[in-house]
Design a protein around this ligand. Structure first.
Ligand SMILES: *Cc1c(COP(=O)(O)O)cnc(C)c1O
Length: 414
């Protein structure tokens, strides 16, 4: 038995009479309203609150964008679109989704290492900022600009020589498929100028899921220094400097929530340095996970309890096909348990048990030996911290079980 459950630190969802509450609705009632399990539920109020927490520490001049790929549910994107300064997309379909929210094209940017010709054409026609990641993209945009009669708005995504230290997923430093290597950027800038594309700035993003403020500040400082160096080669003044995302959320025992205060203070300094050295530049953060991750839960129902040679297995109707990350197969090096509880017995603990899904693979494991052994068939197993990289980052078709439902809960107007 573990005396303190792992989710004890994660209090964003209240517990009343043993039931987890989502926007004030007890879980069994919410499940009845949805009419089926498994489902993801996102709390609108928590999304709003998270943006407010960030706004409180960010200098007014720093723009906050949402990276749609973290959670592309249209209702979530629609809600966040009203609260952030812009949206970042990573495919033609996400671009359509971003435009559907009514956010202006000038506030939308498009990144991704393999943009196809049709996507570049779509983005150019829409008038969004294209974060170019190769010479091929730059060269394809020139005839498209001529065809459509408007110069492509481009920012150069730079693969810096540094990386975000101790980041969950590295996206910069060393050889990478993302962006253009910093040392090749001067040539790319010359080409952009020569082809007459509308150069707007740089996108320098070096990692994801980082819980260390010093590392994030360090990467942001280096990104600004690099942008200042590269600006000397640019065909026109830098107007946007996108510092990327990378803000992490706690998932595992021992993880500490990210302390925003030092990041805010550092950004204040960076904003004044940028003001002096790149006077026309606007600093932007584009966050995915940090905006949505803690506002969502994944819920499935217990279908069977099996004891195999002394070990208890709680078998549920959901699993890795809906929530790959909780199974430990989305970027983790060593499998660790996400915070999991029995959502209708949240005030109890029991003997150790593992939660497994219906798939015919031992990888379909949602919790490994957590104190959940009091669960009964019909109970709700809840995975916290599930608002980011959930269903859209999971192999829903694997074994052809039904897809999960998704709901955004809570009033839009109080
Ligand atoms: C994935 C991604 C993000 C968001 O990353 P998080 O770690 O979820 O904040 C931001 N920008 C780009 C270009 C991305 O690909």
């Amino acid at each position: 038995m573990i005396d303190k459950p792992q989710h004890a630190e994660m209090r964003q969802f209240a517990i009343l009479d043993g039931n987890l509450q989502v926007a004030g609705i007890p879980l069994p009632r919410l499940a009845a309203q949805i009419g089926r399990t498994p489902f993801y539920a996102y709390d609108r109020g928590l999304l709003t609150q998270r943006i407010a927490q960030l706004r409180a520490i960010l200098p007014h001049s720093v723009k906050l964008h949402y990276a749609i790929k973290a959670n592309p549910m249209p209702a979530v994107v629609g809600h966040l679109a009203k609260l952030v300064d812009g949206l970042d997309v990573a495919s033609g379909a996400e671009l359509t989704m971003a435009l559907n929210t009514g956010v202006a094209a000038r506030e939308i940017s498009f990144a991704g290492p393999g943009k196809q010709h049709a996507e570049l054409r779509q983005a150019l026609a829409a008038g969004v900022l294209i974060n170019v990641e190769s010479l091929r993209e730059i060269r394809e945009l020139a005839p498209l600009s001529a065809e459509l009669g408007l110069p492509a708005r481009v920012a150069v995504r730079v693969n810096p020589g540094f990386e975000l230290k101790l980041s969950g997923m590295k996206m910069g430093g060393g050889p990478k498929q993302f962006g253009i290597d910093a040392e090749c950027v001067p040539d790319a800038l010359a080409e952009i100028g020569h082809l007459g594309l509308a150069f707007e700035g740089f996108h320098i993003f070096s990692g994801s899921q980082n819980l260390r403020p010093e590392a994030i500040c360090d990467a942001q400082n280096k990104a600004l220094a690099l942008a200042c160096e590269l600006a000397a080669f640019a065909p026109s003044p830098v107007r946007v400097l996108n510092l990327g995302g990378g803000f992490g959320i706690p998932y595992f025992p021992g993880d500490q929530a990210l302390d925003l205060a030092p990041i805010g203070a550092n950004l204040q300094t960076l904003a004044s340095v940028a003001q002096a050295r790149l006077p026309q530049a606007e600093l932007t953060l584009e966050l995915g996970r940090y905006l949505v991750g803690e506002a969502g839960i994944y819920v499935c129902r217990v279908v069977d309890i099996k004891i195999s040679r002394g070990q208890t297995f709680i078998v549920v109707d959901g699993g890795l096909h809906h929530h790959l990350a909780a199974s430990g197969n989305f970027g983790q090096i060593i499998r660790k348990n996400y915070p999991v509880l029995i959502g209708n017995r949240a005030d109890q603990t029991g003997p150790l048990a593992s939660v497994v899904g219906p798939l015919c693979t031992p990888l379909d494991l949602l919790a490994d030996n957590l104190p959940l052994g009091h669960a009964q068939p019909g109970d709700f197993v809840v995975v916290l911290q599930s608002g980011a990289y959930g269903p859209s980052a999971s192999p829903q078709r694997f074994l052809s079980h039904p897809e999960c439902a998704e709901v955004l809960v809570g009033l839009a107007r109080a």
